[in-house]
Write a new protein. Structure first.
Ligand code: SF4
Length: 349
């Protein structure tokens, strides 16, 4: 009873924190099915995210504080640019220690096993360390469109998404704000959050940081963008080591959460779900991407072969990526994935 009262008190505080921001939230219309979605309790199907235990024993807060201190001379991402974020400096990613968020809302455009009927509860963070020239979210990732928010604000958003019937909390481009996310998750867990956490990342993650997310992230949703370092360097601000870093990261993510297997309701609550965006003129090196996955991870690893590449932002400065992909390019990519032996493909069209 006492614990229940404490939880209600925390929820009230977090709701007060978040209630003033509804106007900033970019909401997409909910469909009728979403409005009739069952309560969040019914969505968990008995799954308790391990972060709840980490909250109970104090470990989640401790890890959040450890990550926070890494912002003194920031080394949260592979850039390791050393920005003194706690002193107000902005890093290569353009983030200071001040959390900045663009929007939060139920999202129905994510992978089906994350969307269900209630949507995936996305939270879009401003700024980004990878800085791809073709970024679809460039206003948010490159230009920092978003508003300053507090950690209680973020915890309140997580709880609000749960109350809206979302099946998970999906943190989009989280790397540079991982300290804030863990500290907010700790507060939200105190307020009754029990949704799986989706860590929706460009894949370019340091192993040291990922190890601190063990038991925190339930679902890893990484990109595997390039198999060749020169392509990564050209289109992602000099990130020549992207392939090696991401390959090591994918192995660690798989070690932590395993293969993504949907429950009887079709929802995934734990596991690794890889995205590969097929690019014009095979800039991403799709064949090598699929072969690496098939040779280093289980063949039934979930892989979304994405067809929606559209030239945005500075892509028009590079003629080879200034168009959408052709049907032939997509079909070739799917064939390579199948020939590699991958058996759990999300294929479009
Ligand atoms: S997260 Fe940002 S500030 Fe930190 S190392 Fe990466 S680019 Fe630099």
């Amino acid at each position: 009873m006492e614990q229940q009262s404490r939880r209600e008190f925390i929820r009230s505080c977090l709701y007060l924190a978040v209630s003033g921001m509804a106007g900033c939230c970019i909401r997409r219309p909910l469909d009728a099915a979403a409005l009739e979605a069952p309560a969040a309790d019914g969505m968990s199907a008995g799954y308790e995210p391990p972060y709840i235990q980490l909250h109970r024993n104090g470990e989640l807060k401790k890890r959040g504080e450890t990550l926070w201190n890494m912002m003194r001379q920031c080394s949260l991402c592979p850039r390791e640019c050393g920005a003194r974020r706690l002193d107000g400096e902005r890093g290569f990613c353009q983030a200071s220690a001040q959390l900045e968020i663009a929007s939060y809302n139920p999202h129905f455009g994510e992978e089906k096993p994350l969307v269900g009927v209630g949507g995936s509860g996305t939270i879009f963070f401003a700024n980004c360390a990878l800085r791809c020239v073709f970024c679809i979210n460039w206003q948010v990732s490159h230009e920092g469109a978003g508003s300053p928010r507090s950690i209680p604000d973020l915890a309140g958003m997580m709880l609000k998404l749960q109350d809206m019937g979302c099946h998970n909390v999906n943190v989009v481009t989280p790397t540079h704000y991982s300290p804030h996310i863990l500290l907010a998750l700790d507060q939200a867990a105190a307020g009754g959050l029990k949704l799986p956490l989706v860590y929706n990342t460009c894949g370019w993650e340091r192993l040291e940081i990922l190890k601190m997310l063990d038991g925190v992230a339930d679902i890893y949703l990484p990109d595997f963008k390039y198999s060749a370092g020169d392509m990564a360097a050209k289109y992602s601000a000099g990130a020549a080591e992207y392939p090696e870093v991401t390959m090591a990261a994918l192995k660690e993510m798989h070690r932590q959460v395993g293969v993504a297997r949907p429950g009887r309701d079709g929802l995934v609550r734990r596991g690794l779900m890889i995205r590969h965006l097929v690019m014009p003129n095979n800039v991403g090196g799709s064949k090598q991407v699929f072969e690496w996955i098939a040779q280093n991870l289980p063949k039934d690893t979930y892989v979304n072969v994405m067809s929606q590449y559209t030239p945005y932002y500075k892509a028009f400065e590079y003629p080879e990526i200034s168009r959408r992909i052709t049907r032939r390019e997509y079909d070739d990519a799917v064939r390579w994935a199948k020939e590699a032996g991958l058996s759990n493909l999300d294929i479009q069209g």
